[in-house]
Design a protein. Sequence first.
Length: 94
Amino acid sequence: MNAARDAAAAARGGREFTVYVANADSADIAILALDRASGALRDVDRFATGGKVMPLAVRPDRSVLYASIRDEPLRVLSLAIDPVSARLAQIGSA
């Protein structure tokens, strides 16, 4: 378990769940907060990928999001997930 992520979730009362959405046309990943009770979505941030992005996969410990870029050069981005804010930061590309 990630202690910082768990503490952040507890501070929000466990009401929100983070959702990552690949947007191929706008070449970004939307970071959204989903309210578990109401189902309402709130924009948190956008991460520019520099190319058509799809699909996404998350590491089992939820520390890294992998994003497949379908434009040349084809590649997979490794994006660190901030445990408190859920924002993304690129840590690799292959």
